[in-house]
Unconditional design. Structure first.
Length: 348
C-alpha cells in the first residue's frame, strides 16, 4: 500500500492574488494494470466557422441555444464560432450534472465517498435543483470516474500513474444504467501522456454514453512528483485527445463525444487558441479549484471566459467550498448569472 502524499500546499496566482490549495489524489488499494494500447489516428484541421455541409440538424435552434448560454456577452468572445456538431450532440441541449470520484477512495470525491444508493439519491436531487432553476435546458446526471490516478510513487514503469481495473469501470457503468446517466472516464497522466493513457480505454469510449475527462494538474512534464506543483497540458496534448475521440466517432458512427478539461490556473492550459473544435467532439473547459466565491469567479473570468474554446463547466466542492470563514458553495441560481453559463457542473 502506498502512503498518500497529502496536501499540495498553497498556489499563488499572481494577477488576481488567488490562493488555492489542492489535495493530491491517491488511491490506496492495489489494482491490476490494463496495458493494452491501440493506435491514435490523426484528424485534419476543421474550419472554424459553421458550414452548410455540417448542417445535419436544426442549426437555427442550435444557434439560439448557444446565444442563450453566452448570457448577453457583448465582447464577441461568446458564443465561440465553431463548426456545427454532428447530429446527436448533447450540448447545448442538456446541462450535465456530474458526481466525481474514485471507488477506492473516500477523499477523492462524492463518487466513492458515499454508499451507492445514498450517492445516487443525492445526485438526482442536484439534477432536480438545476432543472428547476433553468427549465429551458434539460438537466441530466453523470458519473465522472477517475480511471487513471496520479501517484507519488513511480511504479514499476516509472510513470507515476495507476490505471484502475476494468471491473471498476464496469461497476460505474452498471450504476449509471438505471438512472440513464452519462459516464466520464478521467485521466491523470503523471509522467505518462494522453497518447499512452487514452487508447487503453477505447472499448469503453466506443460506448455512446461514455465520455472523457483530462486533468492537466497532474501532468508533470519536467519530471516532478505529481502533487508537488501544478502540472500543465498544451494544445497538442488536448488535440491528441480530440483526435482520438474524433476518429472513434467516425469509425463507429457515434454521436459526438464530450471532452472535459479541468483548469484553475493560467499555466494549466497553454495555447488555448490552438485547441481544435471539430464536429465529432464537444470541448468543455471546466473551472476547477476550491475556495471563496470571489476567488473562484475571478478564476472563471480569467481562465475560462477570457480564453474561450467551446463550452464551459464549473466544479463545486461539498467540503472545501464550505469550510469555515468562506462564503460557501455557489448555488445553481448564482452560477446561472455567470457569462457564459456553465453547461457542465461537477460536484466533488
Amino acid at each position: 500500500m502506498k502512503k498518500p502524499i497529502g496536501v499540495l500546499g498553497i498556489l499563488i496566482i499572481p494577477i488576481a492574488f488567488l490562493v488555492y490549495a489542492t489535495a493530491f489524489k491517491e488511491v490506496t488499494k492495489p489494482v491490476v494494470s490494463n496495458e493494452k494500447k491501440t493506435a491514435v489516428a490523426a484528424t485534419p484541421p476543421t474550419a472554424s466557422l459553421p458550414t452548410a455541409t455540417t448542417n445535419l440538424f436544426d442549426t437555427a435552434d442550435y444557434n439560439k441555444k448557444m446565444l442563450a448560454l453566452c448570457n448577453h456577452d457583448t465582447t464577441g468572445k461568446w458564443p465561440v464560432k465553431t463548426a456545427y456538431p454532428l447530429a446527436g450532440a448533447l450540448l447545448p441541449y442538456n446541462r450535465i450534472i456530474a458526481y466525481y470520484g474514485n471507488l477506492y477512495s473516500k477523499r477523492m470525491g462524492i463518487l466513492g465517498e458515499l454508499p451507492r444508493e445514498e450517492m445516487i439519491k443525492k445526485l438526482q436531487d442536484e439534477v432536480t435543483k438545476w432543472q428547476e432553476v433553468d427549465p429551458t435546458v434539460k438537466a441530466i446526471p453523470a458519473l465522472h470516474y477517475i480511471a487513471v490516478t496520479a501517484q507519488g510513487a513511480p511504479g514499476k514503469d516509472n510513470k507515476h500513474r495507476l490505471r484502475m481495473p476494468f471491473k471498476q469501470i464496469d461497476t460505474i457503468l452498471a450504476w449509471a444504467k438505471p438512472i440513464e446517466a452519462l459516464v466520464f472516464l478521467d485521466i491523470q497522466v503523471g509522467h505518462s501522456s494522453i497518447k499512452e493513457e487514452v487508447p487503453p480505454l477505447e472499448q469503453y469510449l466506443k460506448l455512446p454514453n461514455v465520455h472523457l475527462g483530462i486533468d492537466p494538474e497532474f501532468s508533470m512534464k519536467n519530471g516532478e512528483v505529481p502533487g508537488s506543483k501544478i502540472g500543465t497540458f498544451n494544445s497538442d496534448d488536448i488535440n491528441n485527445a480530440i483526435d482520438f475521440l474524433a476518429d472513434l466517432v467516425r469509425k463507429n458512427n457515434l454521436p459526438p463525444k464530450i471532452l472535459v478539461v479541468h483548469r484553475f490556473t493560467q499555466g494549466m492550459v497553454t495555447g488555448y487558441n490552438k485547441i481544435k473544435t471539430v464536429p465529432e467532439v464537444q470541448v468543455v473547459m471546466a473551472m476547477d479549484g476550491f475556495g471563496d466565491k470571489i476567488l473562484k469567479k475571478s478564476s472563471y473570468l480569467r481562465y475560462i471566459y477570457r480564453e474561450p474554446v467551446e463550452f464551459t463547466g464549473f466544479k463545486l466542492f461539498y467540503k472545501n467550498d464550505n469550510k469555515p470563514n468562506t462564503s460557501g458553495m455557489y448555488t445553481p441560481q448564482e452560477l446561472m448569472k455567470f457569462t457564459p453559463k456553465p453547461i457542465y457542473i461537477q460536484y466533488q
